[in-house]
Design a protein around this ligand. Structure first.
Ligand SMILES: *Cc1c(COP(=O)(O)O)cnc(C)c1O
Length: 387
């Protein structure tokens, strides 16, 4: 089965057995507990809905199929998936090597929860050079944590090269694949042990559900994650499972349009006199465009750019646009715009922001699937009003 077919059919095969209702769309099972006929045998294989629920099971099958993996575990949010992953794989006193341009919330989780409370330390490295990852590995390193492309600077890391280093040291490697989506990049196929998604973003794609998931081919990791899912309880609800099942069916067609619009806008911005710099892995000017071409099948819908102006100009710009909602998050059908230094990355200390290259005038857009001519007109108008 090809990607588009898996995205529609896996997990939602109609039940045509006698007594099966044949639903083409998977029903939302709301029961918190499931009755059994005999003490020793749960009747339909279900006992209590935290442990397993038919709607979540259907979604987990779908999510595994999207990454061409064997197992998936769904959680209440991307961050719940991250927390559960650390609980499953890292012991107190352990160490993580991570990309230095991670999602802000991931950084906060490491720095403000796991380090002070459990002495799990993290070394942040510029993973654009895989040698920096190898160099940061310590005796107590228990996890390598990558994200590519990163947020908001669209930096890439070489998944295959870093997976090789991880394997050499016997350390599991996870890739947060939220930005690329499984349609454009599959880290498991490149050697990663685990893939993490905030399904809140492209996989659901409609800005109406918060969720997260981890996909793996490793049965032991899956068992640990399933145990934590039940024992720590950060589960995805049946209704969110349904929404994500529904959203994921159109992932392929949405990603094609996201990418088409993003590419068109990136080119428009690149030739604009008021723009200092455009960051989009699909542009030949992106310093890692060649790597993007080898490990991704497409470049996604996220574009960051720096205005040739002041913070005031940038603020006016993001407040002037009509179709780009001034909001955090990404990956929905509607276009969004934000100022990382003030919004999504405000929790990153200013000196770290400067070091990473998150300038005050940096604008991040999540390009939606509206008609791109309307989006271009909207941006042109914002340039005129902002300066
Ligand atoms: C949003 C996001 C997360 C966190 O996911 P939530 O669903 O908001 O908890 C993690 N990683 C990346 C790259 C994200 O964009």
């Amino acid at each position: 089965m090809k990607f588009e077919t898996r995205a529609i059919h896996v997990g939602e095969e109609p039940n045509l057995k006698p007594g099966g209702s044949g639903d083409v769309a998977h029903p939302i099972h709301l029961a918190s507990t499931f009755a059994r006929a005999k003490v020793d045998e749960p009747t339909g294989g279900y006992e209590y809905a935290r442990t397993a629920n038919p709607t979540r099971d259907a979604l987990e099958k779908r999510l595994a199929a999207l990454e061409d993996g064997q197992y998936a575990v769904a959680f209440a949010s991307g961050l719940a998936a991250e927390t559960s992953l650390i609980l499953a794989l890292v012991k107190a006193g352990g160490h993580i090597v991570a990309f230095d341009d991670l999602y802000g919330g991931t950084r906060r989780l490491f720095a403000q929860i796991f380090e002070p409370n459990y002495n799990i330390t993290t070394t942040f490295v510029d993973a654009r050079d895989p040698g920096n990852v190898a160099q940061a590995i310590q005796e107590n390193t228990q996890l390598i944590w990558m994200e590519t492309p990163t947020n908001p600077l669209l930096k890439l890391c070489d998944i295959q090269a870093i997976a090789g280093i991880a394997r050499e040291h016997g350390i599991p490697m996870v890739v947060d694949n939220t930005f690329a989506s499984p349609y454009f990049q599959n880290p498991l196929a490149l050697g990663a042990d685990l893939v993490l998604h905030s399904t809140t973003k492209y996989i659901n794609g409609h800005s109406d559900s918060v969720g997260g998931a981890i996909i793996t081919n490793n049965a032991a990791f899956y068992e640990s994650l399933k145990f934590v899912q039940n024992a720590a309880g950060a589960i995805l609800s049946p209704f969110d499972s349904f929404l994500i099942l529904r959203g994921s069916k159109t992932l392929a067609v949405r990603m094609e349009r996201h990418q088409h619009n993003a590419m068109t806008i990136a080119r428009f911005l690149e030739q604009h006199p008021r723009v200092k710099q455009v960051l989009y892995p699909g542009l030949p000017s992106h310093p890692q465009h060649e790597l993007a071409k080898t490990q991704m099948r497409g470049f996604g819908g996220m574009v960051s750019f720096e205005l040739d102006g002041t913070l005031e100009n940038a603020k006016r710009f993001v407040e002037t646009v009509r179709y780009f909602a001034l909001a955090e998050s990404l990956g929905g059908v509607e276009s969004l715009i934000e100022l990382p230094a003030i919004m999504t990355h405000a929790s990153v200390p200013p000196e770290v922001r400067r070091e990473l290259g998150i300038a005050d005038g940096l604008i991040r857009i999540s390009v939606g699937i509206e008609n791109v001519d309307d989006l271009l007109e909207d941006l042109e108008n914002a340039f005129n009003k902002a300066f």
